[in-house]
Design a protein around this ligand. Structure first.
Ligand code: GAL
Length: 397
């Protein structure tokens, strides 16, 4: 029996957010080619995952899952071989219930046969969903069953559990052998959706680490309202910066959900930002802590042509710290209000009061600019829905 050790948050791409059921052999090959060409693979995005809607509506007469021959005319083995030949890992999708969420056959009571089939095709990653789950079945038991089936398949296959937080998986999914677990419902490409997903997991920051990571869903960076989970309201560049920074600070798995073949320059630079990826992939994988959560004050409001001064937005300011290896910190300042505000990070709240004799040497990860050594506090001017992220080194002064 092999044991898969998931030491760092998995990085990759998943078809669902943009493409939904509109997937094909060609799309996956093209995506893989582009991800290699543009440096995504080198940056660490190594899993290419086909989500729901890849099979026929029925199993064959031997009970096997059959890839839809129109979408995948060369079969899954050939596609996996191609993806592997470029250096990526290959991911697929099934579900712990009797049907997938989109109504295709899934693995309840077929765990061992399906796991063997995935292994034969060369699958390295299995996203395992929770739709149409029998009322009389047991959540933990069925995830454990698929986990054992994968381990018995003879291939290292990362189990990416996706039960949307049902039965508090942060407390047990690691013990059944999953490498990551979805803790929330589905993301949509707007600020409210991703920020509330993130906030809902702030109590569970500490339940994610080497071996098993809290998965707050695939990113929507680059979608701008287009595609399967783009519904009218869409993210702006500032929103994407905030989304990606949140995911990085949390050491969340980074599964891109945009169309990487057509990412604009802003989003491409964002998801390939070396400092942000280093924060996400820091080998110590420490969860962040919150050094400030509370109001922000936005000033300069105008009413009827007159400036009426300032306004307070409760629970919109958030400062998070992540201790990294080599005595480095990542500090993220978020302003969740929709107007610009000054957000204060107080070093005493990070365990570095003035009398410690230590200051923080700051670098802005978005501009690369060095800000020098600061003491006591650092104020950041943060746009509405925006964030500032700094890498900080302790310096004796
Ligand atoms: C949902 C899941 C999504 C996607 C979808 C496919 O349950 O949370 O991430 O996989 O099913 O139908």
């Amino acid at each position: 029996m092999t044991h898969m050790h998931v030491a760092l948050p998995p990085l990759g791409w998943n078809s669902w957010n943009t493409f939904g059921s509109n997937i094909s052999d060609e799309l996956i090959r093209e995506t893989a080619r582009i991800m290699k060409e543009k440096g995504y693979l080198e940056a660490g995005y190594k899993y290419i995952v086909i989500d729901d809607c890849w099979s026929l509506r029925e199993r064959d007469e031997n009970g096997k899952l059959v890839p839809d021959p129109q979408k995948f005319p060369h079969g899954m083995k050939a596609l996996a071989d191609y993806v592997h030949s470029l250096g990526f890992k290959f991911g697929m999708y099934s579900c712990a219930g009797v049907m997938t969420c989109a109504g295709y056959p899934s693995s309840y009571d077929h765990e061992y046969e399906d796991a063997r089939q995935f292994a034969e095709w060369g699958v390295d990653f299995l996203k395992y969903d929770f739709c149409y789950f029998p009322e009389n079945a047991d959540n933990r038991h069925r995830y454990a069953t698929m986990s054992m089936a994968l381990k018995a398949s003879g291939r290292d296959i990362l189990l990416s559990a996706c039960n949307w937080g049902s039965g508090e998986p942060w407390k047990w999914m690691k013990s059944v052998g999953a490498g990551m677990y979805r803790s929330t419902g589905d993301i949509f490409d707007n600020f409210r959706s991703f920020s509330s997903i993130f906030k809902s997991q702030m109590e569970n920051f500490c339940m994610s680490g080497p071996g098993c990571f809290n998965d707050i869903d695939m990113l929507t960076v680059g979608m701008y309202g287009k595609g399967n989970v783009g519904l009218g309201a869409k993210c702006t560049d500032e929103d994407y910066r905030t989304q990606f920074a949140m995911w990085c600070m949390f050491s969340a798995p980074l599964m891109l959900g945009g169309d990487v073949r057509n990412m604009n320059e802003f989003c491409e630079k964002l998801v390939l930002n070396k400092d942000l990826l280093r924060i996400n992939q820091d080998e110590e994988c420490r969860p962040p802590y919150i050094s400030y959560r509370g109001r922000v004050i936005c000033s300069g409001f105008e009413e009827n042509g007159e400036t009426v001064g300032w306004r307070e937005f409760p629970d919109c300011g958030l400062v998070m710290i992540k201790h990294m290896s080599d005595n480095e910190f990542a500090m993220a300042y978020f302003n969740l209000a929709d107007h610009p505000a000054t957000v204060t990070g107080t070093f005493a709240d990070m365990g570095i009061p003035y009398k410690s004799g230590v200051g923080l040497d700051l670098k802005d990860v978005f501009t690369g600019e060095s800000l020098g050594v600061k003491r006591d506090y650092y104020n950041a001017e943060v746009p509405g829905h925006g964030c500032k992220v700094y890498l900080a080194k302790m310096k004796h002064v």
